[in-house]
Design a protein around this ligand. Structure first.
Ligand SMILES: *[C@@H]1O[C@H](CO)[C@@H](O)[C@H](O)[C@H]1NC(C)=O
Ligand SMILES: *[C@@H]1O[C@H](CO)[C@@H](O)[C@H](O)[C@H]1NC(C)=O
Ligand SMILES: *[C@@H]1O[C@H](CO)[C@@H](O)[C@H](O)[C@H]1NC(C)=O
Ligand SMILES: *[C@@H]1O[C@H](CO)[C@@H](O)[C@H](O)[C@H]1NC(C)=O
Ligand SMILES: [Ca+2]
Length: 534
C-alpha cells in the first residue's frame, strides 16, 4: 500500500516537472497536493495487514459448507464477513508440499518440496525460491508464524516472529488454543510497539493450526484426532479457552468416500470434536485482531492444506483429497459479504493474492538458469467484488512420505477432471498415519474377512489405477466412472491432456515427459521416447 503511494507520488512529481514549464501556479498546486499526500501517509491511515489461517487436514465439516451436524459458530461468523468459495482446491494433497505452494505460489515440482519436510528425509524447497514471507520482508511487512511450519529451508521461509514446532511443541503452538491466543496477542502487541509517530507498519501473520490433524500415529494417548488433548479429563491437561463439543457416531454425516461403518463413524465423531477446538481457536484469533484494533485493515483468509485423512482423501488428487474450504474476508470489499462463489480457485492463488493486497510485485528471477519463474496462480481480490469466470485449477503430487512415490498430475476444468497417474503400475501407497487409523484398519479387516466394507470402492480398485482418469463431476461427483477410454469423450480428453502438459512445461515440471519418455533439457528441452510400451 505504502509502496503504491510512493509510486503515485513519484508519478505526480514527474508530471509536476512537466507542468513547471507550463506555469508556476500549477506547480504550487501540485506541491500542496504532495504535502497533503505525505501527511496522509505519515498519519498511519491505510496500512494494510493480512492474517492467513490454515487448518491441518480440515475439510467441509462446518455449517459454512452446509454440514449441519457440526457446530462451528466462529467460522460461520467469518463467512458472514467474507466470500465462501465452493470450488477451492489445493494443487497437492500432502502437508509440507501444500504449505510450500501456499507460501510460494509455485507447485511442489517447481519449488522443490516434493514430500514431507520432517524427520531424516526433510524435503526442502530450492534455495533460490522467492517465497511470500521473503518478498514481504523485503517490502518491510512484518511477518509472523504461529503453529505448524513444516517447510524449509529457513532462509527460504523467513519469519520475524516464529513460534512453531521448530522451537516448541506442536501440540502447544498448533492445538492449544489458549497458547495460540496468547501468542497472537504478543505478536499484535509488538506490532503496536513498532509503531512510531502513530504509524503502524503492515504485518502478515500466518496462524497454522495443527487441528484437526490425526494423532493416533504420534500421540495415541489423546485419541485418534487428539480430541481429548486439553479437555480437562484426568491426564489430558486443560486448555482453559476450549469448550469441547461432543458428538455421537449416530450424529455424524458420513461423506461418500468414507465407509459407513461404526468404526468410521466413531472416527468422524472424534474429528468433529477436534474441529470444535479449531473453530473456537479461530474465534479467539479473530477476537485478538479486533481487540488490537486491526479488524478493519486486515485481509483474513481461511483454508486447509489438504483433504481429510480418510481413504480416497488426503494424498489423493481425487476431489476428496484436494477440495478445500476457503473463506476470504476483506474489510475493503464488503459488497459480497455473506455470498458464495463458484469460481475455481487454488491454493496456488494465495501468494498472488497477498502480494496484490500489499502491492508487492513478483520479482524476475530464474530457478533453472533458463526461463524466468512466473506465478501461474492469480490474485483472488477481484472475486471479492464480482463473480469471475474462473474455471480451471491444476494438481501436482509426487510424494507424501519418502517411500510414497506416486507422481500424479491433474487438471480440473468446469465439470471435467483429468488425472494422470504416472506410476500407475505400482499400487497406490498408504501413509503411516492413515494406516493405523480406526477407519482404515476396519477397512483392511473387512476386506480380508470378505465381509461387506460399506465403502464405495474395493481396496484393489483403490490401489490399482488407470494411467489416465477422466471424470464428469456433474454426473459422477464420486469420480467412479472413468471416461478416458470412452470414444465420446475423446475430444475433451485430448484438450485436457494438452492443457495439462502445457502447464507442466510452463512450471518447469521435471516429470513432464514421464512415464514413457525422458526429459533431455540441455539446449532445447524435449521429451525423448523410451519405447517402453506405456
Ligand atoms: C448451502 O446450501 C444452500 C441452499 O441449498 C446454498 O444456497 C449454498 O450455496 C450452500 N453453501 C455452500 C457453501 O455450498
Ligand atoms: C521461538 O523463537 C522465537 C523467535 O522467533 C523466540 O522468541 C521464542 O522464545 C522461541 N521459543 C522457544 C520455546 O524457544
Ligand atoms: C495450554 O496453554 C495454557 C497457556 O500457556 C496453559 O496454561 C495450559 O496448561 C495449556 N494446556 C495444555 C493442555 O497443555
Ligand atoms: C470497524 O468498522 C466498524 C464499522 O464499519 C466499526 O463498528 C468498528 O468499531 C470498527 N472496528 C475497529 C477496530 O475500528
Ligand atoms: Ca495436512
Amino acid at each position: 500500500m505504502r509502496g503504491k503511494r510512493v509510486d503515485a507520488e513519484r508519478k505526480r512529481e514527474t508530471r509536476g516537472e512537466d507542468r513547471e514549464k507550463a506555469g508556476m501556479k500549477a506547480c504550487v498546486t501540485l506541491v500542496t497536493l504532495l504535502v497533503t499526500l505525505l501527511v496522509l501517509c505519515a498519519g498511519g491511515e491505510g496500512a494494510r495487514h493480512a492474517l492467513l489461517i490454515i487448518a491441518d487436514d480440515a475439510g467441509f465439516e462446518t455449517e459454512v459448507y452446509n454440514n449441519t451436524a457440526v457446530r462451528t459458530p466462529h467460522l460461520r461468523a467469518l463467512a458472514r464477513r467474507g466470500v465462501v468459495f465452493r470450488n477451492a482446491f489445493t494443487s497437492v494433497s500432502s502437508c509440507s508440499p501444500s504449505r510450500s505452494t501456499i507460501l510460494t505460489g509455485l507447485p511442489q515440482h517447481q519449488n522443490g518440496m516434493y514430500g514431507l519436510h520432517q524427520g531424516v528425509h526433510h524435503f526442502n524447497s530450492f534455495d533460490g525460491v522467492q517465497s511470500l514471507p521473503l518478498l514481504l520482508q523485503h517490502a518491510n511487512v512484518r511477518t509472523g508464524i504461529i503453529g505448524k511450519k513444516h517447510v524449509g529451508p529457513s532462509a527460504v521461509y523467513p519469519f520475524d516472529f516464529a513460534y512453531t514446532e521448530e522451537n516448541g511443541s506442536v501440540l502447544q503452538v498448533g492445538r492449544n488454543i489458549t497458547r495460540i491466543k496468547l501468542l497472537v496477542r504478543k505478536f499484535l502487541q509488538e506490532q503496536r510497539e513498532e509503531s512510531s509517530g502513530g504509524e503502524t507498519p503492515p504485518f502478515f501473520l500466518y496462524v497454522a493450526f495443527h487441528d484437526p490433524h490425526r494423532c493416533g500415529h504420534s500421540q495415541p494417548q489423546y485419541g485418534p484426532f487428539c480430541e481429548k488433548f486439553g479437555n480437562g479429563e484426568s491426564g489430558m491437561g486443560r486448555i482453559p479457552d476450549w469448550h469441547p463439543e461432543r458428538y455421537t457416531p449416530e450424529q455424524v454425516k458420513v461423506p461418500y468416500f468414507v465407509p459407513d461403518t461404526p468404526a468410521a463413524r466413531a472416527d468422524l465423531a472424534a474429528l468433529y470434536t477436534t474441529v470444535s477446538r479449531l473453530d473456537q481457536g479461530i474465534g479467539l484469533v479473530l477476537q485478538e485482531l479486533r481487540d488490537a484494533g486491526f479488524e478493519n485493515d486486515t485481509l483474513v483468509m481461511y483454508s486447509s492444506d489438504n483433504g481429510i485423512p480418510f481413504p480416497n482423501g488426503r494424498t489423493n488428487l481425487y476431489d476428496a483429497g484436494v477440495a478445500e474450504p476457503m473463506i476470504i474476508s476483506s474489510p475493503e470489499h464488503r459488497e459480497r459479504w455473506g455470498q458464495t462463489s463458484d469460481a475455481y480457485v487454488s491454493l496456488l492463488d494465495v501468494t498472488p493474492t497477498l502480494l496484490d493486497w500489499f502491492s508487492v510485485p513478483y520479482p524476475p528471477y530464474s530457478l533453472s538458469g533458463g526461463s524466468p519463474v512466473h506465478l501461474t496462480g492469480r490474485s483472488l481480490l477481484p472475486a471479492l467484488s464480482s463473480e469471475p469466470m474462473w474455471d480451471t485449477t491444476y494438481g501436482s503430487q509426487s510424494l507424501h512420505e519418502a517411500t510414497m512415490y506416486y507422481p500424479m498430475r491433474s487438471v480440473r476444468r468446469g465439470r471435467f477432471v483429468l488425472l494422470h497417474n504416472l506410476n500407475y503400475r505400482s499400487p497406490f501407497p498408504i501413509d503411516q498415519d492413515l494406516y493405523v487409523s480406526p477407519t482404515f484398519q476396519d477397512l483392511l479387516q473387512r476386506t480380508r474377512a470378505g465381509t461387506p466394507t460399506r465403502w464405495f470402492k474395493t481396496l484393489r480398485q483403490y490401489y490399482y489405477r488407470e494411467r489416465w482418469e477422466l471424470f464428469d463431476t456433474h454426473l459422477d461427483p464420486a469420480e467412479q466412472n472413468n471416461l478416458a477410454s470412452d470414444p465420446q469423450h475423446e475430444a475433451i480428453l485430448e484438450l485436457l491432456k494438452d492443457q495439462l502438459v502445457k502447464w507442466q512445461w510452463e512450471t518447469e515440471d521435471p516429470w513432464v515427459c514421464a512415464p514413457d519418455a525422458v526429459l533431455e533439457d540441455k539446449m532445447e528441452p524435449k521429451c525423448r521416447p523410451l519405447y517402453n510400451e506405456l
